[in-house]
Write a protein that binds this ligand. Structure first.
Ligand SMILES: *[C@@H]1O[C@H](CO)[C@@H](O)[C@H](O)[C@H]1NC(C)=O
Ligand SMILES: *[C@@H]1O[C@H](CO)[C@@H](O)[C@H](O)[C@H]1NC(C)=O
Ligand SMILES: *[C@@H]1O[C@H](CO)[C@@H](O)[C@H](O)[C@H]1NC(C)=O
Ligand SMILES: *[C@@H]1O[C@H](CO)[C@@H](O)[C@H](O)[C@H]1NC(C)=O
Ligand SMILES: *[C@@H]1O[C@H](CO)[C@@H](O)[C@H](O)[C@H]1NC(C)=O
Length: 410
């Protein structure tokens, strides 16, 4: 497997020369994707308490809808709120890639929900800071811990204030699930700010990940003095690297779909049996976006330690930050949600395995409910990009959310 990965790294530049794609970079942002799909969209700029500027998007706060019809009965402010959070090296675009058959976001809007798409520091919508430039190394000194303990609660509080609500429904995908668990375990007062919690491809315990990237854990899965040199940088920030990995080539509509699908499978967690190749050009226009290398290192640490631990900064760094030589565990006992946390997982996903999701469910006990997607080749990307999500993802989530709304109205 390791050899295959290295060979593929060597072959990709060759393929690039062979295919000679035309480059017509598409610079659409989430707002434009949503509007082109026929929905009204608003952008909100927020600053986190530690100074990062994030753009987040809101769909459905308007009477227009996909069919162009309007409902004059619902006042925009009174709709229940749903927040969708993307995964690592991704952004709000993940939910609204052009060509997707049935995006969850639009199904939610059509059923009358006020849908918000969040973004985290370091991605294409989170490259600003009050006092720093994204060129500064200090800017990139964060992991998904800061995203979960600062970005996520700040986004939630901003939305609740805007909408005059006290709680919201949450849908997290991949790292969007990790940050939810980080927040609930470190700031338990947030448990009550969530109505339903829907976790797609949960990434908490990752002892059974199968991606070839796990082999990197042997080198950097624990703190080494090389960390400060390796990290404090964006991942996928280098255009040369993006060319070498084939990402730039695949932004063209003339790129070879089989080749680009192969890149998706390598980068995003396994061959997908359900992804429609027609979404590939727009997928590559927005993914992968930048993230901090610390985020990737933190995940490799979880794999290496087999625990849901805070970031390992080395004995001295840990002493300074945590007042102990090893990083503390995220305490899942602090999680006390109003409704059981819904875990959606498959057996084929290379990042979120059935064994790990079920181990998490066992620890959470009645605080979780499992939704095993019993389909062969339902890969990590299929939770958001599968052509069958209407049936396997959107429908159960809508049932869960609708039931909770009915329950609270009763
Ligand atoms: C930004 O810099 C100002 C002045 O140096 C300081 O007062 C403020 O706390 C800084 N804000 C953040 C979020 O770092
Ligand atoms: C969208 O249109 C349908 C009718 O086709 C209507 O029932 C629904 O309320 C509309 N949604 C919004 C958000 O206006
Ligand atoms: C750090 O840990 C030591 C020993 O466990 C304890 O005595 C001390 O109060 C802690 N300091 C802080 C600031 O928490
Ligand atoms: C975890 O939290 C629970 C309850 O919130 C507490 O009783 C327990 O001591 C905590 N465990 C650790 C290791 O901090
Ligand atoms: C789990 O069970 C306990 C004890 O029966 C109960 O207090 C709690 O509300 C339950 N939690 C959920 C999320 O159903």
């Amino acid at each position: 497997m390791k050899a295959l990965f290295i060979i593929s790294l060597l072959i990709i530049p060759l393929l690039l020369i062979v295919f000679r794609p035309e480059h017509k970079p598409n610079t659409l942002i989430t707002l434009e994707r949503v509007e082109r799909a026929g929905y009204a969209c608003e952008t909100y700029e927020i600053f986190t308490k530690d100074g990062y500027g994030l753009s987040i998007f809101r769909i459905g706060n308007s009477k227009a809808n996909r069919s162009g019809r309007s409902s004059s009965t619902t006042a925009p402010q009174s709709k229940p709120v749903v927040l969708l959070m993307h995964g690592i090296t991704s952004s709000s675009d993940v939910w609204v890639i052009e060509g997707l058959a049935n995006p969850l976001a639009y199904d939610l809007v059509d059923q009358g929900y006020d849908v918000w798409l969040g973004n985290s520091r370091g991605n294409a919508y989170g490259l600003r800071h009050l006092n720093m430039s994204s060129e500064d190394r200090q800017f990139w000194r964060f992991t998904f811990h800061e995203i979960g303990t600062i970005d996520l609660p700040d986004i939630i509080d901003f939305i609740l204030k805007q909408t005059h609500e006290t709680s919201l429904h949450y849908v997290g995908y991949s790292q969007g699930t990790s940050i939810g668990f980080v927040l609930l375990s470190t700031q338990p007062q947030y448990n009550m700010k969530f109505k339903t919690i829907n976790m797609l491809a949960p990434v908490v315990y990752i002892n059974h990940i199968r991606t070839v990237l796990k082999h990197l854990a042997g080198f950097v899965g624990t703190y080494t003095p090389l960390y400060p040199f390796l990290s404090d940088r964006p991942m996928f920030g280098s255009k040369i690297l993006r060319y070498l990995l084939g990402i730039e080539a695949c932004r063209s509509v003339h790129a070879n779909p089989t080749f680009c699908a192969f890149i998706v499978h390598r980068l995003f967690g396994g061959y997908s049996g359900y992804m429609d190749k027609s979404i590939l050009p727009d997928l590559f226009n927005s993914q992968p976006t930048t993230c901090s290398l610390h985020q990737a290192l933190h995940f490799l640490q979880l794999y290496h330690s087999k625990q849901f631990l805070q970031y390992d900064l080395g004995p001295e760094g840990n002493q300074r930050r945590y007042n102990q030589s090893t990083p503390p565990l995220y305490n899942l006992s602090n999680i006390n949600p109003r409704y059981p946390i819904h875990l959606f997982y498959s057996d084929y996903d290379e990042y979120s395995s059935k064994k790990d999701a079920e181990a998490l469910a066992e620890i959470l006990g009645n605080r979780s409910a499992t939704h095993f997607i019993d389909l062969e080749h339902f890969a990590h990307v299929d939770f958001v990009w599968g052509s069958n999500i209407k049936e396997v993802i959107n429908k159960p989530i809508l049932e869960i959310i609708n039931a909770a709304e009915k329950n609270s109205a009763a």
